[in-house]
Design a protein around this ligand. Structure first.
Ligand SMILES: [Zn+2]
Length: 385
């Protein structure tokens, strides 16, 4: 096998198929190449074990990793120019029983920089979102699991906010997309520039708006809260699933109730659902199971669609993804509930009473309009029964 050519072929084919990641999976007697497309992993080739080492070495050379090291995890990156676009490849290597497993994440500026109104917000949500981000100060947190569109949402927001006369600072690891008119800081822990020390300095840079890639520990949470209370509009992501879980996590890491309640102006939960393939999608009659998934939702005027699978969509029936969101704007009632240390079921009840459009509502709306399917709602949100 000509390794150099083969890898080139894999990289370009991954880009053409809109893969977000390429996986190299060592097995006992062979190794697999797999692509993650729209959130699902597909094995696209299986190769001889004897070719594994050379293939991985080639990736290491490209990404400036150490080719003599195969027992420790490594990271690296390289850029690829394909059809006039620059793709940033970030590589992670980890030794496994059958050799090194490699994941190449493919980042492209055009996939990250999407207009806020094109992310999938319903009209009422888009107005709520615009109101939220026009707050003069306070903390706005984006929650959701890995790969749920949090970073894309953050960049879209910053793109709306950036204008001359506004000092926007971001602290990121990695900087996934370079944007003009704001100051992006790449965290470099090897050099000692960790989130906490970068935050300390950034706060002295007189920012109006700040974005921290992720709140991961007590120290960065404390600094974020402090920034939000001193007049900065502060954005970050937080690895929890919903508002009560987020509040309880903040309290757990030592943020006092009153401070948590006062600093947060809003929380946006984000998920991605796959869109029905345009090439093979057709009108669809829902069955009893799908009716149960949509239980309680008004089905009047619904235009259900489903893809039967074609070449364009790898026979999955889906092509591309769109965001679904739940936006919670904090008001006096929610704050009081947190300050008075009421139970989280009480908080959940208040949120329900406020009829905040839930992730499920947002997802079901997209089923009614034929954008996605009941099956996707269950995959992303979970079964309602
Ligand atoms: Zn299709």
């Amino acid at each position: 096998m000509d390794t150099v050519n083969y890898l080139d072929k894999i990289l370009t084919s991954a880009i053409k198929q809109r893969a977000s990641d390429i996986h190299v999976q060592p097995e006992r007697e062979s190794f697999n190449i797999a692509f993650r497309i729209d959130g699902s992993l597909y094995v696209i080739d299986t190769l001889l074990k004897s070719e594994q080492e050379e293939f991985i070495s080639r990736i290491k050379v490209l990404s400036q990793a150490d080719i003599t090291e195969s027992r420790l995890p490594q990271q690296g990156h390289f850029e690829l120019n394909f059809e006039g676009k620059i793709y940033n490849m970030r590589i992670s290597i980890i030794p496994t029983l059958y050799g090194e497993a490699v994941v190449l994440r493919i980042l492209n500026r055009d996939d990250i920089l999407i207009k806020l109104e094109e992310l999938g917000f319903d009209d009422d949500q888009l107005s709520a979102m615009n109101r939220l981000i026009s707050s003069p100060y306070g903390m706005i947190l984006i929650t959701g699991p890995c790969g749920s569109g949090k970073t894309v949402l953050l960049y879209s927001i910053l793109n709306v906010l950036k204008k001359p006369g506004k000092n926007i600072l971001t602290l990121e690891d990695p900087v996934e997309c370079q944007i003009t008119d704001m100051r992006q800081i790449q965290i470099n822990e090897k050099l000692g520039l960790d989130f906490v020390s970068a935050m300390k300095t950034a706060l002295r840079q007189d920012p109006d708006v700040m974005m921290l890639g992720e709140i991961r520990d007590a120290e960065s949470a404390r600094m974020a809260v402090q920034a939000a209370l001193t007049g900065i509009l502060f954005f970050s992501t937080f690895h929890t699933l919903d508002v009560p879980a987020l509040v309880s996590r903040l309290l757990e890491i030592g943020i006092p109730n009153s401070i948590a309640a006062q600093s947060i102006v809003g929380v946006v939960s984000s998920r991605l659902v796959r869109k029905v393939c345009k090439a093979c999608g057709e009108a669809h009659q829902i069955d009893d199971y799908e009716k149960r998934v949509l239980d309680g939702i008004n089905l009047e005027g619904a235009k259900f669609r489903k893809g039967k699978g074609c070449n364009a969509c790898n026979n999955s029936g889906y092509y591309g993804r769109v965001g679904i969101f739940e936006i919670t704007s904090f008001d006096d009632e929610i704050r009081a509930c947190i300050i008075e240390k009421q139970s989280f079921s009480a908080l959940r009840k208040i949120l329900e009473q406020k009829k905040v459009k839930s992730l499920r509502d947002a997802a079901c709306n997209k089923v009614l309009s034929g954008v996605t399917t009941a099956e996707e709602v269950v995959r992303v949100i979970g079964s309602p029964f």
